[in-house]
Design a protein around this ligand. Sequence first.
Ligand SMILES: C[S@@+](CC[C@H](N)C(=O)[O-])C[C@H]1O[C@@H](n2cnc3c(N)ncnc32)[C@H](O)[C@@H]1O
Length: 236
Amino acid sequence: MKRKSPESAQVEEERIQTAYEKRKGNILYSWLDPSLVFLTQERERRILFVLKQLGFSSLNTIKLLEIGCGTGFWLREFIKWGFEAEHITGIDLLPERVRIARQLCPQNVQIKCGTATKLGFSDRSFDVVFQSTVFSSVLDPTMRQQIAGEMLRVVKLDGVILWYDFHVNNPRNPDVQGVNKREIERLFPKCRVDLRRITLAPPISRFLAPFSFLTCYLLERCKILNTHYLGVIRML
Ligand SMILES: C[S@@+](CC[C@H](N)C(=O)[O-])C[C@H]1O[C@@H](n2cnc3c(N)ncnc32)[C@H](O)[C@@H]1O
């Protein structure tokens, strides 16, 4: 693949920063919204099930890195599930998001401000490297490849990369782009990539969840209206 100049990385970082600035006022997440409760509980269930299937018997020994941790929602989820705060590390590009994450997470969670294209951690230092909706926010293919390369470098040989992201495009948001199965396989060469389609399309769950979680659950099980992949990526 053609290597791009550092200036083009800077252009992409600035584009990401501007895209999040634009979104600031628009996004209203409220735990009183039944669709957010449905979406979150469903993801929790799925991710915990995957961790169990991977053979982890306890969570308090796992060393985990989340790239693009945002304001630290998942970091706090991991702690709620029993991960040790000092075993958890997050990194995000945007200083404002890192500031909020540091404010909301326990002090011994390490949260760095920086780019996931240069992680600055030792090779093979994490059991689990997690990303949730980061790749879909990065439109530049070279940056996507660099981030994937760094995730592969820092994960232990017997560790796992956990992936959660859209595989479809959002026609109303040009700042994000879904990542399909072929691209995920290209991003992580020489790996076994297992993908499950999860997450009922958010406009549908927003409409249905206030009336019936059961209907949302059954539709989600049908998979056809699901918009994201939950992926387990391991080195061969
Ligand atoms: C949609 S948000 C998801 C946040 C969090 N992972 C979650 O699921 O709640 C995507 C995050 O990726 C971060 N990000 C995008 N490109 C990045 C990069 N090159 N390095 C580090 N973080 C990045 C953004 O700043 C943003 O916080």
